[in-house]
Design a protein around this ligand. Structure first.
Ligand code: F6P
Length: 426
């Protein structure tokens, strides 16, 4: 079990300017006590392991006036990035009177000397309407830059706190910045906000953008269902993103309730043979007249040539399971008169603006991130666990990626909803 203790820059020296309370029942929201914790495992099976609860502290480390903040958005686009930028700027400005807020351009590249553009100065006017649009007003990019040069930039610009909006790859880059800052003994708070449609950040129940992605993906599944039932022996095939985690595919299938087979990276399957995918679909077409398959982009990679290529974030480039399955389905069923319709909504899913629940979540994550940095918390990502906002140290977050547990109630629901056999193996 990794260490969940939250690093801090030092003793909080100043009283918070927020007019909150410590008295329950006085009709005023309360500060979060510095010793407030939540059990990592609510069943009690892992006793003594806790996350520190996020929230505004009564004593803080930075005085708002004179403090400089930086914001950077990294990695692939994701619904809600603009909502988080807006939330950060508004809380910094209105809650803590921070007046110098830089928006670094195009991910970590914006912190490097070769940045294509200088940082933007952000204030409530600049960000007023940005939550209505998808993407990020700051731009984004993949890949880390040298930690030393990025920290040089932060120190040169006298940045006291950096908010990194990114997924698991970006959190590795953020950790490198945090370590370099610590090595120099600089007092710069480094706080991550967990962004990714893939929902694969470790020790965090939900990342922002995921729910919007699921809602849009569910529409693609509904369209494929309409197509599948609209012709004799109709087969719908939808490929969804998610890298090595099948969360988007599984949740979108649960949301739509139309899919008959979900293939995710976490559960291997045979393609051929009576008990493999083709055998199951043959049975399904014979008995029900149509079939709808949802495949996560990382599923079934063992059936495709392995790639040695990596993207700029260091992720292995996945082979195209969607196209591969489409061709295989055409070969198998077209001669018998089946009609195969393939939908890959990929970038449509992640370029959308945040839906209602993500808008709420993004605003809350931004608030917690600002409270964390003002209190001097550093080297942390704002987490969400058992319905509470938490601090998760970057050192813990970067130890792996969250995937679906095939033993979980979540995966059981998927199997129950689709009616597919739990295993597709001969
Ligand atoms: O991590 C987010 C994500 O959208 C993944 O689901 C997908 O595999 C990947 O990014 C696509 O990356 P790119 O933007 O480099 O095409």
């Amino acid at each position: 079990m990794p260490d969940f203790a939250t690093p801090t820059l030092g003793e909080p020296r100043f009283p918070s300017p927020l007019k909150l309370s410590n008295v329950p029942g006085d009709f005023i929201a309360d500060y979060t006590r510095p010793d407030a914790r939540i059990l990592y495992d609510p069943t009690g099976a892992t006793p003594g392991v806790y996350f520190e609860l996020a929230g505004p502290r009564e004593r803080i480390y930075f005085e708002g006036e004179g403090t400089t903040a930086g914001i950077v958005t990294c990695g692939g686009l994701c619904p809600g990035m603009n909502n988080v930028i807006r939330g950060l700027v508004r809380r910094l400005w209105y809650s803590y009177s921070v007046r110098r807020i830089y928006g670094f351009r195009y991910g970590f590249l914006g912190l490097a000397p070769r940045s294509p553009e200088p940082p933007m100065l952000l204030d409530p006017g600049v960000i007023a309407d940005i939550h209505l649009s998808g993407g990020t007003i700051l731009g984004s990019s993949r890949g880390p830059q040298g930690a030393e040069e990025m920290v040089d930039t932060l120190q040169r610009m006298k940045v006291n706190m950096l908010f990194v909006i990114g997924g698991d790859g970006s959190m590795r880059g953020t950790h490198a910045i945090y370590e370099e800052v610590a090595r120099r003994g600089a007092k710069i708070a480094i706080v991550g906000v967990p962004k990714t449609i893939d929902n694969d950040v470790l020790f965090i129940e939900k990342t922002f953008g995921y729910e919007t992605a699921v809602a849009i993906a569910a529409d693609a599944i509904k369209a494929a269902h309409v197509e599948a039932v609209g012709s004799p022996k109709g087969v719908g095939l939808v490929q969804l993103m998610g890298r090595s985690s099948g969360f988007i595919a599984a949740s979108a299938a649960l949301a739509s309730r139309e899919a008959n087979l979900i293939l995710v990276p976490e559960v291997p399957f045979d393609l051929e043979g009576e008990r493999g995918v083709m055998g199951y679909l043959r049975w399904r077409l014979a008995s029900r007249g149509h079939a709808l398959v949802v495949v996560a982009e990382g599923a079934g990679q063992e059936h495709l040539p392995k790639s040695d290529e990596h993207d700029a974030s260091g992720n292995v480039k996945l082979a195209d399971i969607g196209q591969f399955l489409r061709e295989r389905l055409v070969r198998e069923f077209k001669p018998e008169g089946a009609s195969i319709k393939y939908i890959d909504p990929s970038y449509i899913v992640r370029a959308a603006p945040a839906n209602a629940s993500d808008s709420i979540f993004c605003g809350q994550l931004a608030e917690e991130a600002v409270h964390a940095a003002m209190a001097g918390k550093t080297g942390v990502v704002i987490g969400y666990w058992a319905g509470r906002f938490t601090y998760v140290p970057l050192t813990a977050v970067i130890t792996g990626r969250k995937v679906i547990s095939p033993d979980s109630a979540f995966w059981r629901s998927v199997i129950e909803a689709t009616g597919q056999p739990p295993l597709l193996n001969n």
